[in-house]
Design a protein around this ligand. Structure first.
Ligand SMILES: [Fe+2]
Length: 346
C-alpha cells in the first residue's frame, strides 16, 4: 500500500489518511508530535535516506495523548516526539507509551536523560539560563541562588512560574536545596521581579532590550532562534541585546530539560519504529537534530551549532530528569503559595 508524499499532515486530514492507509502499510513510521514539523524534518529525511523507511508526521498543538487514547487499539501512532520532561512523563502516565529496553539505545543515551523503564528517551537537551543585558549587566557569572539576591531588586523578568520550563527548574532547585531553602529563594526571586510574569521566553529578552529589566530566565535555543531570525528584525534585535550566562547550582552544573521520543503503546510498525528511535539516538542524528533546533545533543562531548557554541560552555546538571518530574507538583504548589505569578508588589 502506498501513501502520499506529504510528510506533514494537518489534523483533520491526518486521522483519515493515517488510519485508512498507514496503519497497514509497510516501510513507514507514523509520528505524532508537538514539535513543529520543519524542526524534525531534516533528521527524518536523513532516516529515510539511510533506511528506506518513510515517515508520516501528525503535528498536534494539544491533546496528543487524548488523541491516542481515543484511537485506542487502532491508533496508527508508532512514535511520539515532544519536548519537556513534563510532557514525556505525562505520555507515560496516561498510558500511551510502551517500554522499550534496548541495549543499543541505552548505550547512546546518558541514563539521566531517559526513563529507567524505557518509556521515553531524551535526544536533545536545552539549558534554562540567564539572559543578561549586554549594555547594563557586567557580571560574567550568576548562580541560580543569586537570582534571589536583593542586588537584582526590580531587575528580573520571567514567564509564568507555572510554565513547564520553570516548574522543572524549581523542581531541580527542590532536589538540590530542599523545600525550605527553595521557598525562601522563590520569595527572593519574586521580590526581585521587575513586573508580573507574562509571555514566553523570547519577550523577556524583548523586555531587556526595551530597558524594562536587566536579566531574565530563559531557554538557550530561543537565543539561537532570535539571533538567526531573518524574518523578524525585532527578534534579532532582542537576541542581540542579551548575553547568555550559565547559572549553576552548588555542584557547578546548569539545569537542563530535554526533547525526546517514546514508542507509542500500540505501534503498528513496531520494528521500524524501534529503528527510528535507535537512529534518532545515534550520535550523528542527535547532532543534526540539535543543530537545527539550537539545542544540545544529550550525549556530552557532541558539539552543538556555532551559534550555541558562542554562548560558552554548558556543564549540564546530571540530576536524573525522572527526579525532576517527581518534584513538579510540589514546585507548582510552591509557586502558588509564594504568589510568584502575582509579581513583585503583592
Ligand atoms: Fe519552548
Amino acid at each position: 500500500m502506498k501513501i502520499g508524499n506529504a510528510r506533514t499532515l494537518v489534523a483533520g486530514l491526518a486521522l483519515a489518511a493515517l488510519s485508512a492507509t498507514s496503519a497497514l502499510a509497510d516501510g513507514v513510521v507514523n509520528i505524532y508530535t508537538y514539535r513543529q514539523p520543519d524542526l524534525i524534518k531534516p533528521v527524518l529525511d536523513a532516516f529515510t535516506a539511510e533506511t528506506g523507511i518513510k515517515t508520516e508526521v501528525l503535528f498536534l498543538d494539544k491533546g496528543l495523548e487524548e488523541r491516542i487514547l481515543a484511537e485506542g487499539a487502532n491508533s496508527p501512532a508508532d512514535v511520539i516526539m515532544t519536548v519537556d520532561i513534563a510532557r514525556l512523563t505525562s505520555a507515560k502516565d496516561k498510558g500511551v507509551t510502551q517500554a522499550l529496553v534496548d541495549e543499543e539505545l541505552n548505550k547512546e543515551l546518558p541514563a539521566e536523560y531517559r526513563d529507567p523503564e524505557g518509556h521515553w528517551f531524551g535526544l536533545t537537551k536545552r539549558a534554562r539560563v540567564v539572559y543578561a543585558s549586554k549594555d547594563r549587566v557586567k557580571d560574567t557569572a550568576i548562580t541560580y541562588a543569586d537570582l534571589a539576591d536583593p542586588k537584582w531588586k526590580g531587575k528580573i523578568c520571567m514567564r509564568s512560574g507555572q510554565h513547564d520550563y520553570n516548574l522543572a527548574l524549581f523542581s531541580a532547585a527542590l532536589a538540590h536545596w530542599g523545600p525550605e531553602k527553595t521557598e525562601a529563594w522563590m520569595k527572593g526571586l519574586k521580590a526581585n521581579l521587575a513586573k508580573k510574569p507574562d509571555g514566553g521566553d523570547r519577550p523577556q529578552a524583548g523586555a531587556i532590550a526595551a530597558g524594562e529589566c536587566d536579566i531574565a530566565i530563559g531557554n538557550t535555543y530561543y537565543v539561537g532562534l532570535m539571533r538567526n531570525n531573518e524574518k523578524d528584525p525585532k527578534e534579532k534585535e532582542w537576541g542581540n541585546a542579551i548575553n547568555v550566562l550559565f547559572p549553576t547550582f552548588e555542584n557547578g552544573l546548569t539545569h537542563v530539560n530535554i526533547s525526546g521520543a517514546a514508542l507509542a503503546k500500540n505501534a503498528p510498525h513496531r520494528d521500524d519504529a524501534v529503528k527510528l528511535i535507535r537512529f534518532l539516538a545515534s550520535h550523528p542524528a542527535q547532532q543534526v537534530y540539535a543543530e537545527k533546533n539550537y539545542e544540545y545533543p544529550v550525549e556530552p562531548g557532541l558539539a552543538p551549532s556555532e551559534t550555541v557554541k558562542s554562548f560558552g560552555t554548558l556543564n549540564a546538571d546530571t540530576l536524573p530528569l525522572v527526579d525532576i518530574a517527581k518534584g513538579r507538583k510540589a514546585a507548582s504548589e510552591m509557586v502558588d503559595r509564594v504568589g510568584l505569578d502575582d509579581g513583585p508588589s503583592s
